[in-house]
Design a protein. Structure first.
Length: 134
């Protein structure tokens, strides 16, 4: 999570994410950031408002572990939505035994590691950076 950690620091979100929460974070892996077009990460590190918007788009208020998300998907008849801290919407559904998170632009990410519990919430590692409908 070197890229994510550097981005969170650059966007001055460390204290926010260390706050009391609870938070659910869909955290892109370094490999997820590497899938972005060349120069994107560097460009975002120079555009702090856009970087903050993208990072907070991966954060949901509340603690939703894999069991809670799966129940919400079942109760929602195949999908459920989450409002992000950035104000956008993410949709979660199940496919092939994995949880898939879809952004407002139609991009999707697989949860590759679920339920990394923290004192103020839970992290789910995802394989793609999600983009808000900016």
């Amino acid at each position: 999570f070197k890229t994510l950690a550097a981005a969170v620091t650059a966007a001055d979100l460390v204290s926010t994410l260390k706050g009391p929460g609870p938070f659910t974070v869909f955290a892109p892996s370094d490999e997820a950031f590497a899938k972005l077009p060349a120069g994107t990460v560097e460009s975002l590190l120079k555009d702090i408002p856009k970087l903050k918007a993208i990072l907070t788009y991966h954060v949901v208020a509340g603690k939703f572990d894999a069991a809670a998300i799966s129940k919400m998907i079942m109760d929602g008849k195949g999908s459920t939505t989450f409002k992000t801290v950035a104000g956008g919407m993410l949709t979660a559904k199940s496919a092939g035994g994995k949880v898939i998170i879809t952004d407002e632009k139609g991009g999707s990410a697989k949860v590759t590691i679920a339920d990394v519990y923290q004192s103020n919430g839970v992290i789910h590692v995802i394989d793609t950076v999600l983009m808000p409908g900016m």
